[in-house]
Design a protein around this ligand. Structure first.
Ligand code: TRP
Length: 337
């Protein structure tokens, strides 16, 4: 069977939250179980260094993200699960790609442009003040991640579509210059069906808004956080709108269609906010309890998680090492004999 290669990376700078789970982790793990898909999931820890110079935080985040995906049932016999930094071929490929990537293309990258704009807005004379080369070259490192494993599909958020287009552009240029079909050109997959969750304050749940509910928060804390979710001041018994209601939205991302319908009815009948918060907590807690226990166990067993990741790296390198040899030969860096 000709499998479709699906690949995605997770930047290791934060703690996984409910929004990450519903929007990215859950659909990724589900897709990885399909027979016609070969998945590659990796901790984008080289990417983490671009925005974070706190070693503790990067180290902690890598451990948390790895334990999270394993606790949620990722089958690492099927999917290839690894740390970017365990694959030295990635930075090597990054250099080969850097030598064909147009500087003008990088000038147009959203993340870089936003940083420049911030300087200009601040009246700074140097538009590049405080900007590192890591940020500037970020799309080339990402292109190497993707092109190395001949990914066909790359599930990402909207903000990343441009990077996938850049990976295509760079891969195409390499193929053209060195006259071969070396790289498969990837496509971005943005799934509009997956829910985008709101956070505690009603804005999109995001680490940068500081409004997240961490996925494996201990039970008591989970209850506390759910109680903090912003609601309006309607009294018990007054009919309530489901639309735009964060509590309802989070509930819907976890419950079955029939349960959601029932809840919609209870909104119409005027369920009290306190009651709804209790329902939501109980519902989430029941679903998360099992994986949370596994997560806590894995966090206490770094040796096991390390061994799983090293096995993943071996699998990834079984492909990356010979492919990089081919690419080096293509640019004139092959062996003498
Ligand atoms: N830059 C991506 C993000 O911040 C993470 C990432 C790194 C990635 N390399 C990748 C995603 C390759 C998809 C494919 O979300």
């Amino acid at each position: 069977m000709n499998k479709t290669t699906v690949l995605t990376g997770i930047t290791t700078t934060g703690t996984p939250h409910l929004g990450n789970y519903v929007g990215a982790i859950r659909p990724a793990i589900e897709a990885s179980r399909l027979a016609d898909i070969q998945s590659y999931f990796f901790l984008a820890d080289f990417h983490a260094l671009i925005k974070c110079h706190e070693p503790q935080r990067v180290a902690e985040s890598r451990r948390e993200i790895a334990a999270t995906w394993l606790a949620l049932g990722l089958d690492t016999d099927q999917a290839v699960f690894y740390r970017q930094s365990d694959i030295p071929e990635i930075p090597e490929l990054t250099w080969l790609l850097t030598c064909v990537a147009a500087k003008g293309l990088m000038n147009r990258a959203h993340a870089y442009k936003a940083a420049v704009q911030e300087n200009l807005d601040a009246g700074d004379r140097d538009p590049d003040a405080g900007i590192q080369m890591g940020l500037y070259s970020y799309p080339i490192l990402m292109a190497a991640d993707i092109l190395m494993f001949k990914a066909n599909k790359v599930p990402v958020g909207r903000d990343q579509i441009q990077h996938i287009e850049m990976a295509r552009d760079i891969g195409q240029r390499f193929n053209h210059i060195f006259q071969g079909d070396y790289f498969t050109l990837p496509e971005a997959v943005v799934d509009d069906r997956v829910a985008v969750l709101n956070g505690l304050d009603g804005r999109k749940m995001s680490k940068s808004y500081n409004n997240t509910i961490p996925l494996f928060e201990p039970e008591k804390k989970l209850r506390k956080l759910i109680n903090k979710i912003k609601t309006n001041s309607l009294e018990p018994g007054e009919p309530k709108q489901t639309e735009g209601c964060t509590l309802f939205q989070i509930y819907s991302a976890f419950a079955s269609a029939a349960e959601v319908e029932q809840m919609r009815q209870r909104y119409a009948e005027g369920i009290a906010w306190g009651e709804m918060k209790k329902e939501l907590f109980e519902y989430l807690n029941a679903q998360l309890q099992g994986p949370r226990e596994t997560y806590e166990r894995l966090m206490q067993d770094p040796g096991y998680v390390e061994s799983v990741l090293l096995k993943g790296a071996d699998k990834a390198r079984a492909q990356a090492t010979p492919f990089l040899e081919t690419l080096k030969a293509a640019v004139g860096l092959g062996r003498f004999i």
